[in-house]
Design a protein around this ligand. Structure first.
Ligand code: BTN
Length: 325
């Protein structure tokens, strides 16, 4: 028996109790097996009332995002006004790239309830179960030279970190370049994919993944040492629509600031939120490992690392594997 079978029976009960006996009879399983599947549905966000002798009643379903709920809340000028909300797709990155190629406007947003091939940096898989996270991609068409793209990566991290802390009472640290951590564990990742032509940036697809209401069971076990959801960190279910609206507002504000004043204000904000700076760090760069102490960002968005001999190296691409005080 799967939890889907059980759900169909409870839904067919139309708000009435369905007895455990009836369920185990129809699905040909033990009462204990029924109970286990009930717990699974509850972990997925279904509310099920269990009353001895009466059975089980479905009283609430997991929240779903809706355009009708999102759009009236949106106070941005442009970001998110062109919005595509999809149920299950491989990756919001691919869907938005397709729209970008068809000429979609800056600020166009693709959100998915679930991704079947969500991807992260370095070709990693991104866990994106249904209805529990914010899996979305935002289109930018920044009038900046291609080599400045890393600045947008950092901008995105600051925007997300400010947006999340406005909705959820958690302290967020940014691990270079753009992982968001709560208590040292990752709650969000950002993936920038750009399209360029003759050294000119045509557009940037900013993929944002926020693990909002995931439970421990949603993660592969090996990930639990380094990943956490906002629900797991705070013990409360977070309203995803409010979070999305907050992200779009923060993002648009910072993006406007960036286009008006350049990278300097973003750089200060990033440095203030960072948990990477001033710690002995091992960085795996494409050119090999480097050990040193990241001190600040340079004006392009690179990480300035102080080496043992007191000299500095600026890093644009690396994976940080150790970061200690
Ligand atoms: C990372 O930390 O490695 C980046 C993760 C980015 C995940 C998001 S979820 C929405 C968008 N679609 C994807 O396939 N990936 C990004």
């Amino acid at each position: 028996m799967s939890k889907e079978n059980l759900l169909s029976l409870l839904e067919a009960g139309a708000g009435e109790y369905v007895s455990g006996e009836e369920i185990s009879g129809k699905l040909n399983v033990s009462r204990t097996a029924v109970w286990k599947q009930v717990r699974k549905l509850e972990a997925d966000g279904y509310l099920i009332e269990a009353v001895p002798r009466l059975g089980y009643k479905l009283v609430g379903k997991p929240s779903r995002l809706s355009i009708q709920e999102l759009l009236p809340k949106l106070k941005t000028k442009q970001f998110g006004h062109q919005l595509r909300l999809l149920d299950v797709i491989p990756s919001t990155q691919d869907e938005l790239r397709r729209l970008a190629e068809q000429g979609a406007a800056e600020g166009t947003l693709v959100i998915a309830e679930q991704q079947t091939s969500g991807r992260g940096r370095m070709g990693r898989h991104w866990v994106s179960p249904a209805g529990k996270g914010v899996w979305m991609s935002l289109l930018l068409r920044p009038p900046v030279p291609l080599p400045l793209t890393p600045q947008l990566t950092l901008l995105a991290a600051v925007a997300l970190s400010r947006a999340i802390s406005r909705i959820v009472p958690v302290e967020i640290g940014i691990k270079w370049p753009n992982d968001l951590l709560v208590g040292g564990k990752k709650i969000s990742g950002i993936l920038l994919e750009s399209a360029a032509e003759d050294e000119r940036l045509r557009y940037v697809v900013v993929g944002m993944g926020i693990s909002v209401n995931l439970d421990a069971e949603d993660y592969p076990e090996e990930l639990l040492i380094k990943a956490i959801s906002l629900k797991m960190a705070t013990g409360t279910i977070i309203n995803r629509s409010e979070l999305i609206v907050s992200i779009l507002e923060q993002f648009e504000q910072l993006y406007e600031l960036y286009l008006e004043q350049g990278f300097a204000p973003i750089r200060s904000l990033w440095e203030a939120h960072s948990v990477t700076l001033n710690k002995q760090t091992l960085l795996h760069t494409p050119q090999g490992p480097i050990e040193g102490i990241p001190r600040n960002l340079d004006e392009m968005g690179g990480l300035r690392v102080e080496l043992a001999d007191g000299s500095f190296r600026t890093i644009y691409s690396a994976e940080i594997s150790e970061n200690r005080n």
